[in-house]
Design a protein around this ligand. Structure first.
Ligand SMILES: [Zn+2]
Length: 255
């Protein structure tokens, strides 16, 4: 690994942590429609304004043992998890793609997918703004990631979203509009083949986790599993391992 690549990777880890803090704010505020209203961060329980040293990603949470400094109310472990997750994905992105335009595009994509995941878990809604952001992210990829031909991106947008849309029309429910829009947007980013792999990972992982939740009686029958997190998992894995998988399948089937 060259020194420049190493420095960029280390920088991405720390910057990813800092951006992770911002993602927590997004997850909390976007569903409430209060994104630009509040300036200070505060404890949701006692309202105490947080000091800068209470907001150091991951470390503050560990140092305060997951409790508010003022009222000692538990602070969700989700905050450090989101920060660490973003840092890990940005580090991997820097490691895999180096100091390239694609690395930055995928960084923003991963952060958007993290925010979408937790908002979908909380509200069972995928915000249109995040879908739009992912569509916008695909535009530079048309020029910088030429390994995917332009028509494959358009085909990727349609290959899962159109059948899902038709199923939703016929069945009159079951599949969320947000999931359909998300597959459309991700298809533009991933292209035809990787979108199929992403959908496969999403379906298998959702089936597994849904099954485990049912068997362990954590949820009741008829529970609607939010699909956004599984589509995000498929998307992230496919960005890193999609090319390898496509090549392996090609070799396997002699294409
Ligand atoms: Zn408090």
């Amino acid at each position: 690994m060259e020194l420049g690549h190493l420095l960029f990777t280390v920088f991405s880890a720390f910057f990813g942590l800092a951006v992770g803090s911002f993602l927590n704010v997004c997850i909390y505020r976007i569903p409430k429609g209060m994104f630009f209203k509040e300036k200070h961060s505060y404890c949701p329980k006692c309202g105490a304004t947080l000091k800068w040293y209470d907001m150091i990603p991951v470390f503050s949470w560990i140092f305060l043992k997951g409790r508010c400094r003022n009222c000692h109310e538990k602070i969700s472990a989700r905050y450090p998890v989101v920060e660490a997750l973003n840092a890990v994905l940005w580090t991997l992105s820097a490691y895999f793609f180096g100091l390239t335009a694609n690395a930055f595009v995928y960084d923003v994509l991963f952060s958007a997918l993290i925010v979408m995941t937790f908002i979908d878990i909380d509200t069972k809604e995928i915000p249109n703004g995040i879908v739009l952001l992912i569509i916008i992210l695909s535009i530079p990829l048309f020029f910088t990631a030429r390994d995917v031909i332009w028509w494959q991106r358009l085909a990727g947008a349609a290959v899962i979203s159109v059948p899902l849309y038709l199923i939703a029309l016929v069945s009159g429910g079951g599949i969320g509009g947000g999931d359909i829009k998300l597959f459309f947007a991700l298809g533009l980013v991933l292209g035809l083949y990787k979108t199929l792999i992403c959908a496969f990972i999403a379906i298998v992982s959702a089936g597994l986790i849904g099954g485990v939740l049912l068997i362990s009686k954590k949820v009741k029958k008829g529970f609607e599993l939010p699909l956004g997190p599984f589509i995000a998992l498929g998307g992230v894995l496919t960005v890193f391992l999609g090319d390898m998988t496509v090549n392996a399948l090609r070799a396997l089937f002699g294409l």
